[in-house]
Design a protein around this ligand. Structure first.
Ligand SMILES: N[C@@H](CCC(=O)N[C@@H](CS)C(=O)NCC(=O)O)C(=O)O
Length: 235
């Protein structure tokens, strides 16, 4: 879409939390864009393959013809390039920015990685172990919220920012893993701050517009788990 922010196109997939991050960032900043749904499990478009030849994955944001890949990189790019448009997503203070980047890395490297292992596990034993690690990783977020928010409503303070976007993108998946595990990933007894944060985040218009229906994601997760278990039992 060629508006005052230039020509912006997002290549995405409806189930992807990584794509949701970019939608949340653009939405929070009030930036309009064209969206192209990619068939990532079937025929990826030439545009996607040309734009992200290294990973061949979504999201890709194409800004005035130039592709930017990887969700963390894209969200930071949006914040830097559209600096005068909408609220800032990363904190202004360098130490607070470092904290935000630390928690974002933690979410992908610990929480996201163990959940991904649970979905791709080949045996029940592997899956149960990965689910256990996901639960252990989630608990640290309670401290992360306290550290980043300094007692305010969001990781970003008074308003949702970079860490809120990253945690927010996995909120529907938090519901999915809770159903699969038969226990709340964000346990109200251990993580009251995070439980309240989820309610606040889900009340934002941008969250209502972007976040996927957990019921649909649950079906996708079950299909993926069944596929991976079947591959394992055929080997
Ligand atoms: N680290 C990447 C992960 C992106 C990713 O895993 N995208 C998935 C969709 S959720 C994808 O496009 N997969 C297609 C493939 O790998 O072939 C990011 O943060 O953007």
């Amino acid at each position: 879409m060629a508006g005052s922010n230039g020509d912006l196109k997002l290549l995405g997939h409806k189930g992807s939390p990584f794509v949701a991050r970019v939608k949340l960032a653009l939405g929070l900043k009030g930036i309009s864009y064209d969206y192209v749904e990619e068939d990532i499990f079937g025929q990826k478009s030439d545009l996607l393959l040309r734009s992200n030849p290294v990973h061949k994955a979504v999201p890709v944001l194409i800004h005035n013809g130039k592709p930017i890949c990887e969700s963390q990189v894209i969200v930071q790019y949006i914040d830097e390039v559209f600096v005068g448009t909408g609220p800032s997503l990363l904190p202004a203070d360098p130490y607070d920015r470092a904290l935000a980047r630390f928690w974002v890395a933690y979410i992908d490297d610990k929480l996201g990685a163990s959940f991904d292992r649970a979905l791709r596990a080949k045996t029940d034993e592997e899956r149960n172990e990965a689910i256990k690690q996901t639960f252990a990783a989630a608990e640290a977020l309670e401290g992360g919220l306290k550290e980043c928010s300094k007692g305010k409503n969001f990781f970003g303070g008074d308003n949702a920012g970079y860490v809120d976007i990253i945690v927010g993108s996995v909120v529907p998946w938090v519901k999915v893993i809770s159903v699969l595990a038969g226990a709340e990933l964000f346990d109200p007894a251990k993580m009251p701050g995070m439980v309240a944060w989820v309610d606040r985040f889900c009340e934002l218009d941008v969250a209502k517009a972007v976040l996927q229906d957990p019921k649909i994601l649950l079906e996708q997760a079950k299909m993926l788990m069944a596929k991976n278990s079947a591959v394992a039992s055929n080997n």
